[in-house]
Structure formats: C-alpha cells, structure tokens
Design a protein around this ligand. Structure first.
Ligand code: ADP
Ligand code: MG
Length: 574
C-alpha cells in the first residue's frame, strides 16, 4: 500500500470508529472504561515518542498527565476559563516541565535519568496533596467543565468519548507519521547509537529535549481529556504507580509503533474487567499475564504483527556525485594536540598536516592513541590541549554535530550503525545533516541511494542494518559518512574483520574516493593496504608522533620498525 492509500484507510477507519461510538448504545459503564482507555492512550503515545523512538526512560508520565488534568480542573473552576483555554494552559505548563526534565539529559543518562524522573513524579504528588489552598489537597477538585460548542452536546458522555477517540486517532496518526520524518529518524538514531548520531550531524541534546517536550505535551493532553471526562480529579490518580502503569502499557502494546500505545492502554484498562470473575485471584492472574506477555513478547503485542518490509528501489540509481572542490594546500592542521584520561596520555602532543585531496594513513601499535585522536577530531572528546584547524577554521572542542556540519565525516573501529533502521534510513540520516545542503526528503533519499550505490550496496538498501553481513555493514557506514558531503573522511580500521576479497574491494573503493579528490585520514593495521592507497603516513607510538613521510620513507624508519617489532597487527575492537 502506498503511504497515501494507508493514510486514507486510517482516516476512514477513524471516522467509522467515531461514528460507531456515537451511534451504538454502549452503556454508561463501558463508556467510562473507554473514556479512561482513550485518555490514557493519548498519554501513552507520549511514551512511544520518548521511550520507543528516542530510547529515553521516564517514570513521570503520570505527573504530566496530572499537570494537564489540573490545568483543566483549576482552569475551568478556580480561574473560570473555558475548557480549551484551560487545556492549553495545562499543556504549556506540562511542556515546560518536560523541557526542564529533558535538559537534565545533558548531564545524566540511564539509571540516573530514571531516578530524576521518579523524583519529579514524587515532588508533584507532594505538591498536589499539600498545596491545599491551590489544588484542594487530597480532596481533589470537582465540577470540572467540558467544552462548549454550539450544536455539539459534550455533556453527553458518548459524545465526549467520540471527541476523545477522534483526538486519539489524530495524535496516533501524527506519532506514526513522525517515525519516518527527519525528526523521528533522528530520534531513532539517538536511541540506536547516540555517539554515531552526533557524528552524523544530529544535535542529540536538542532531539532529546524535543522528545521530552512532546512526551510531556501528550501526557498533559491525555490528562486534560481525562479531567473533562470524569469531572472530578484527586492527587492519587497521578501518583508513581500510575506512571508505572503508563510505562507498562507502552511496553505491553509495543514501543516501536504508535498503535502499541492504543493496544497497551486498551488491554490494561479492559483486562481487569475481563478477569473480574476470578474474584480474589484476580490480581495474581493479572500480574502474571502482564509479566508473561512482557517476557515472551519483548517487542510488545504489536511486535507479533509488525515485519520489516524490505524496500527495493524502483529505478536504477545514478552514481554519487562527489562534488569536491579541488584545492591545493593543507585541509586539516593539528598542533600540539593532547588528550589525557587522568594519568593516561592517550594522545600527547601530536602535530599533523593533511593535504587537500590526499589519503593520509595513521598507523601505530594497539593503544598508541589512533582512535582517541580520531575521537578528538570528530568532537567526541574535547582535547586536553592543542589546536585543530580545518580549512583555516579553528574547530577544536566543537560538538560532533557541529563538526559534521563543518564537513568531518567518519566511521568507527567497532561499527556503529543505527541497527534497527534500514541501510537506506541510516544513510538518509547521514545525508540530511546540516551543511550537506539537503533540505528535502526526496533529495536526501536520492543522495543516500547514490552513496549506497557508490559503495556497491544499493541492492541491499531496504534491508535492516543489523541483518547485513559484517563487511556490508562496514560499507553502509562508509556510505552514511559519504552522504553528508564530507570534506574530510576519517576511517578507523575499515579493513578490520574483512576477508581478502572484501579488502581488495575496499582498496578499489578508497582509490575511487581519492580519484574524486576526497581527503581521507585512514587508520589501518594492514600495511599492504596502506601501501596501496596512502600518499603519506604518520606513525604514532604511546600517543606521540614518531615518524611522518611517504610510505617508502616511513616503512624504512628505524623507530617505526622498532615500534612494530614483535607487534602482530591485530583487529581487536577498542
Ligand atoms: P589505538 O586506537 O591506537 O589502538 P586508543 O586511542 O584506542 O588506541 O587508546 C589509546 C590509549 O588510551 C589506550 O591506553 C587506551 O586504554 C586509552 N583510552 C582510550 N579511551 C579511553 C577512555 N575513554 N578512558 C580511559 N582511557 C582511554
Ligand atoms: Mg583504535
């Protein structure tokens, strides 16, 4: 089905569902359950974006749900606002808190971030319970208003439910669309490999803040609709356990797709009703059912039905145009560069000049600081000392995405692809980086396909990165770097783990790149390969530069021979 046809089917299905809810005699009790499920599902969609797409954990979604609910409650009672104005107020407050929480990701990740979200959740519960003059305290707030629109009777629960469902379908559709947009791809890149995401030009901090903001916004939206639905709220509805329930819903339904949120919310609201006949065993069976589903379906219930569709290009793909400006002189100049880790002087006062259009090899025994040097050049580490000049611009200490925009592309010694995305999406993310001059998806796709074609991987564009053989993953990583219009390509042991045929293909690829005038800094252990492609060689040992020159000169250098004596070049990952 084409995307347009899919959208049409979705809209028709949504309209049908809303019409059914309006037309069928559902009974007050079922309507209440569905109201709860629909408002929860909207909040759970926030977790789809935050946890599913971006890989960030939050145990505070009930707090944002509460902020939206209290916005509507206080807005329509104490402040005397209309429903919509009160809802917007709640959403603004929730989103601002979401941004604040997201900014803690600058310093924290993983478990620490989870703890910060728990603290936020607990603080909100304390405030809602104890700030009685404003929130009404544990007694909660009554007589919450619903929207007033001429001709629509929102006082009728079934009509209000239809509105909630329409909103859920709209939000769900947008969240589903987000996944394949530029922002959604950037989120998934951050989730799959944050380090690589920065290096291909994504401002990872900004992406995480946006994810937290969107998640908080949707949490607030669900909460606002919930407050209108039940017209009475109290702090115990937005406590830590409710955050756990919301998280369970998204994991149960499936974090990967928007529809997982609806499945999870629906199931966890309805399951207790279905299990009611079990009487006193109900909680045990309910808990066991949830645990079993999560253990045996790690991708959630939706994971059972979703398949990666292998995509094939419709038409043959043109070659990559590497429009490199042919200029003479030094492209990259490094002076006195140092990177120390405590007492370890990984890089210790290195000078390096890379001529425009040359292939410059960086060799040295294991642990001599080659990868660390590359990490400093690509912004992953800030240098301890020294300067880096790219095209006469001082670039030392800039963030990875800024250096990517300045034209530094790289691959990693241990491959860092976005493993749950297709090869094509990996390379599209590379193509869309700022500075690459690509603004539209069609142009990015064309460039990505051309880059894949350049490395001989166009045929496998639609396959999942993780399912490609090792050698092909290396090529896709090179294509991802090429797609972003680099002026300097940094390759960290690209031949490691390749068989002889693949190595020879890599040599041909490197020669073709040099033929196009691309400047390359190549870390490589395989001296045979280095001799075939390098114009110059720099040798590191113990973080220091020990020799520099043409391959013939350097490989005869006594210090180089000494450094390599007994050293069998190996391909272990650092
Ligand atoms: P190479 O790529 O030449 O094999 P590396 O740059 O990976 O060498 O490592 C150089 C030295 O720096 C090694 O002694 C390594 O243990 C150390 N090192 C690298 N990264 C770190 C880090 N993040 N923290 C502490 N030490 C590090
Ligand atoms: Mg290394």
């Amino acid at each position: 089905m084409s995307p347009r046809a899919r959208t049409l089917v979705y809209v028709v299905a949504a309209a049908l569902a809303v019409a059914l809810v309006l037309a069928l005699p559902l009974g007050e009790y079922l309507v209440k359950l569905l109201l709860q499920a629909a408002s929860y599902a909207i909040a759970v969609l926030g977790l789809t974006v935050l946890l599913g797409y971006t890989g960030q954990i939050s145990l505070a979604q009930a707090a944002f749900f509460g902020l939206g609910a209290y916005g509507v409650a206080l807005g329509t009672t104490t402040l005397g606002l209309g429903f919509l104005a009160a809802l917007i107020l709640g959403l603004v407050v929730a989103t601002l808190f979401g941004i604040a929480l997201g900014s803690s990701t600058l310093k924290l990740g993983g478990h620490y971030l989870a703890m910060v979200t728990i603290s936020f959740q607990q603080i909100l519960t304390l405030v809602l319970t104890n700030w009685i003059s404003v929130t009404g305290g544990p007694d909660g707030i009554r007589n919450i208003a619903r929207p007033h629109l001429p001709g629509i009777d929102f006082e009728n629960n079934q009509v209000y439910l239809a509105a909630c469902l329409a909103l859920l379908f709209a939000v769900g559709g947008l969240v589903a669309l987000l996944k394949s947009r530029r922002l959604g791809l950037a989120m998934q890149a951050v989730r799959d490999n944050e380090l690589a995401a920065g290096v291909v030009g994504i401002n990872t901090f900004r992406v995480k803040i946006i994810a937290f903001a969107l998640s908080a916004l949707l949490g607030g939206l669900g909460g606002g609709m919930f407050a209108g639905a039940f017209r009475y709220i109290s702090p115990d509805q937005f406590a830590f356990d409710d955050s756990v329930v919301l998280l369970t819903m998204v994991l149960l339904g499936g974090v990967e797709a928007a529809i997982g949120a609806a499945i999870g919310a629906g199931l966890l609201i309805l399951l207790p009703e279905w299990l009611r006949f079990l009487k006193q065993f109900y909680l045990a069976v309910y808990g066991a059912a949830v645990i079993l589903i999560m253990v045996f379906l790690p991708a959630g219930i939706w994971g059972l039905f979703s398949r990666h569709r292998v995509w094939k290009p419709a038409a043959p793909i043109g070659p990559l145009e590497l429009d490199i400006e042919a200029a003479a002189g030094t492209l990259l100049s490094v002076r006195g560069l140092a990177k120390h880790f405590g007492g370890v002087r990984a890089v210790d006062g290195v000078d390096l000049d890379i001529a425009q259009g040359s292939v410059h090899a960086l060799i040295g025994p294991n642990g001599s600081g080659k990868t660390t040097l590359l990490n400093v050049l690509s912004g992953i580490y800030r240098p301890t000392a020294g300067s880096i000049t790219l095209n006469a611009r001082a670039v030392a200490g800039l963030a990875p995405h800024v250096l990517a925009a300045a034209g530094i592309g790289r691959t990693f010694q241990n491959i860092r692809l976005f493993h749950s995305l297709s090869a094509l999406d990996n390379v599209i993310i590379g193509a869309e980086r700022p500075g690459s001059g690509i603004a539209h998806r069609a142009a990015a796709t064309a460039r990505a396909l051309a880059a894949l074609g350049f490395v001989g991987m166009a045929e496998r564009a639609g396959e999942l990165a993780a399912s490609l053989p090792y050698g092909h993953q290396r090529l896709v990583e090179i294509a991802r770097a090429l797609a972003g219009h680099p002026v300097l390509l940094l390759l960290d042991e690209p031949a490691a783990g390749l068989n002889l045929t693949e190595k020879q293909e890599l040599v041909e690829l490197l020669k073709r790149l040099r033929g196009h005038g691309l400047t390359i800094l190549l870390i490589e252990h395989d001296m045979d390969l280095v001799e075939q492609v390098a114009d110059r060689i720099t040798v590191l040992n113990f973080g220091r530069h020990i020799a520099d020159g043409s391959p013939a000169e350097v490989l005869r250098h006594p210090e180089v021979i000494a450094a390599y004596l007994g050293e069998v070049p190996s391909h272990e990952a650092a």
